[in-house]
Design a protein around this ligand. Sequence first.
Ligand code: SF4
Ligand code: SF4
Ligand code: FES
Length: 324
Amino acid sequence: MKIVIQRFNGTKTWDQTFEISKEEYSGKTLLGVLLHIKQTKDISLNFTASCRSAICGACAVRVNGHSYLACDTKMEPLLAEYDNPDMIRISPLGNFRVISDLVVDWEPSIENLRKIRPAITAKSEFSEKDGCIQNQAEFDRISKQWDCILCGCCASECSKLEADSSDYMQPFVFTHAYRAAADSRSKDEMLHLKPSLDNGLWMCVHCNECANRCPKGINSHEDIANLRVMAMRKGLKDGSGPGHAEAFLLDMIEGDGRLNEIKLALRSEGVFANMGKMDIAMNLMMAGKMNPLHIFGGEKIEGHDELVKMVNAAKKAEQQGAIK
Ligand code: SF4
Ligand code: SF4
Ligand code: FES
């Protein structure tokens, strides 16, 4: 088979093709194959790896555009995922600056992690003598997030980062912000919530790619949603994001059960902000994607009563503390 590896020497990017026999890749992991190539075919190939046990997070790369933890990916099942098992293309993680070959720059991500204060500041009721005790349920709420190994697979797939990374942090940074904010021992969730809000919490586009690719089964998308809930409960509703979320709920319960695109835009951003978007609205109407009469509401969707009952039951359960 052919393995094409994207190379970069600091100035120039090129593809290098390696011929690998079945005996050479059989039974190996993707990292095993990369090590084999470096040891027997081209010593100049650069990549990072350390533990070989899916713990250190250093070995993530992309295969055919999708991120994988190389030491945790066996070659045979990997090749079976693709239509052409005779050729794969390995490239560095996306949405990271490439330093050399498959090595990427983690400094901006670490800088973002610093912003959200990942270490907790313990409540004053805890002491050095008695420790910071939490019960099983409190630990369970954040135990999954503790599994994050900072591999970057989620960030590589993130649609928002790909579109514009200037106002957004890597998905795992939000996961660590949620882990710290939701920790029952934490003195002040705002220490973690505020920098999340200031760095794009409401900009996630809900593609769910982060959750799809995480080798540890962590759902950063859900952690982002939970941080948003925390912010709404604290009354932090500045910007169009919270208005957008409330409009969804209003349409579901008080409206006909369908998203009302016209009201949604007005509620989220207000009349003045939308005046400049009349051309977009006209185009949507011409394409039949927006009905101006919809502003007066429409016929209720089938099962609307049940939908309202479900939402009200969830609200009641939340008030009674059954949902956190
Ligand atoms: S769901 Fe949000 S955070 Fe996750 S990959 Fe998509 S845009 Fe990024
Ligand atoms: S959340 Fe998952 S994919 Fe993202 S860095 Fe952590 S372990 Fe890797
Ligand atoms: S080498 Fe440590 S996670 Fe792969």
